[in-house]
Design a protein around this ligand. Sequence first.
Ligand SMILES: Nc1ncnc2c1ncn2[C@@H]1O[C@H](COP(=O)(O)OP(=O)(O)O)[C@@H](O)[C@H]1O
Ligand SMILES: [Mg+2]
Length: 237
Amino acid sequence: MADPFLIGDGMTGGYGPVDILHNCTISVEKGQIAVIVGPNGAGKSTAMKAVFGMLNLRGGAVRLNGEDITRLTPQARVRKGMGFVPQTHNIFTSMTVEENLEMGAFIRTDDTIRDTIEQIYTLFPILKQKRNQAAGELSGGQRQQVAVGRALMTQPSVLMLDEPTAGVSPIVMDELFDRIIEIARTGISILMVEQNARQALEIADKGYVLVQGANRFTDTGKALMADPEVRRSFLGG
Ligand SMILES: Nc1ncnc2c1ncn2[C@@H]1O[C@H](COP(=O)(O)OP(=O)(O)O)[C@@H](O)[C@H]1O
Ligand SMILES: [Mg+2]
């Protein structure tokens, strides 16, 4: 069977001698949305870091489009088409919105960076209005738009988002999810961690419930939403 477009396959490892991830597998297909949910401290962010190369794995592998990238640095993975928005510290607060986007293009040497910035302004019109404002002055939802926009500046084939809707209102969350769906429809794979589990699983082609660094449930978003045990234990009934 062919590999998924991006897979962290049987990942085991942690930050020191103690493993956080235990044979954890996460994957996403081309142009699809995969969502990771689970309790606080389950290892969701650690799994994302592992897939992005910020963690030394003791076991398992990461493959992108069939290529083993397990030993590549995060920078090298960006060059291979991966974009990552970390859970915290994901924008330069003292720089303007537009400077953040320009910084996002750091690996590019072509002359169409301006076009990409305009595409991001089309996706997130408020950012165009606030282009000359310091990113740190923006609302939580707008800052997350800057972070996603910055990651899109490298024109990734897969976009990894760690809790993109953290701390935003339900309306802003819905809007952000709509934009994420829009991004996926352009063929970009989305791998995201979400605290808003119900809403995220609703838009997920594939869902993962992680507990204590291991896969507990894996299925389509729809099937997970319908599973009584998943509902009771992880979705509040
Ligand atoms: N930089 C780090 N150094 C050591 N331990 C960490 C670090 N980051 C997270 N951990 C630990 O790893 C476990 C999983 O954390 P994390 O991946 O952040 O969980 P989640 O994102 O699911 O809330 C927790 O026990 C946490 O304390
Ligand atoms: Mg986390």
